[in-house]
Design a protein around this ligand. Structure first.
Ligand code: SF4
Length: 271
């Protein structure tokens, strides 16, 4: 069972620190006035080199009861209509518990969506076949070497994309809208013209939109966010290629609860 330990609020997001019985804390975020972003693991074994959640690797998987507790222990839930698995952890690496939690939330009438790196692919296929409300594939790099640097524990890009493509291609135009690719733009890392060209080619091949995310800088991690000008230039360049593209919304570029900023044991680290 989880205990709500602390709530940190800014003018847009509410970050909940939740303590497990074995004294770790994980985090969930309420944003956009209706969505709760939940964690699936304590730490993350994928260890993306840009992310605070995976900085220290995996402590353990969250149990089913703990995942649903991230929602259940909140004192006010009436505004929550959507759950997104986009917090700490890779949902596919704790699949049995995440899938059970998915059905639990669905039965409560909540809409459930996922962010995933697509690995392990056997679970990615299972996730795609759920009656979900959205799956975003966190790609972040279009060439193998770079993706290995940014996302060290994954499958090849081509294997993940071919599974995604096989699932999406036969769907109606309306259903295709449930799928997208996230690309976290990091200054000087994955923002060359060649990389953006390849990204546009992938989006066209899969017939999905791109969610172009702005990097939130994290203490202790040596990547730089793009300037507003660089970010806009990349956006306009991709747009000129005729693909559908969205930008990071204001909720996801915050120090409190922004993408990649959630942490295990935040309070202990501050003490
Ligand atoms: S971005 Fe997601 S998959 Fe990567 S380390 Fe962070 S929590 Fe894990």
């Amino acid at each position: 069972m989880l205990k709500l330990k602390e709530t940190i609020t800014d003018e847009l997001n509410k970050l909940f620190e939740l303590e497990t019985e074995d004294s770790s804390t994980i985090e969930a975020v309420f944003y956009r006035g209706n969505t709760l972003c939940v964690s699936s693991q304590i730490g993350c074994p994928v260890r993306c080199s840009f992310c605070a959640s995976g900085m220290y690797g995996l402590i353990r998987n969250l149990k089913f009861e703990e995942i649903i507790n991230e929602y259940e222990v909140l004192p006010y839930k009436e505004n929550i209509t959507n759950i997104t698995f986009a917090g700490i952890g890779e949902p596919l690496l704790n699949w049995d518990n995440v899938e059970r939690a998915f059905w639990y939330f669905k039965e409560k009438g909540l809409k459930v969506s996922f962010y995933t790196t697509g690995f392990p692919t056997r679970n990615f296929e299972k996730m795609l076949n759920l009656p979900h409300n959205g799956i975003t594939l966190s790609l972040h790099a279009v060439f193998e070497e770079k993706r290995k640097k940014l996302i060290p524990h994954s499958e090849t890009i081509e294997k993940i994309l071919s599974i995604f493509e096989k699932h999406i291609k036969p769907l109606s135009k309306r259903k295709k809208k449930l799928y997208s690719i996230a690309y976290l733009l990091i200054s000087g890392e994955n923002d060359t013209k060649e990389e953006l060209d390849k990204l546009a080619e992938i989006a066209k091949r899969l017939e999905v939109s791109i969610s172009l995310l702005k990097y939130n800088e994290i203490e202790g991690i040596n990547y730089k966010t793009t300037t507003d000008e660089e970010y806009e230039t990349a956006f306009l360049y991709l747009k000129s290629k005729g693909i559908k593209i969205t930008l990071s919304n204001k909720y996801r570029t915050r120090k409190i609860g922004g993408c990649g900023t959630l942490m295990v044991n935040r309070i202990k680290k501050l003490i």
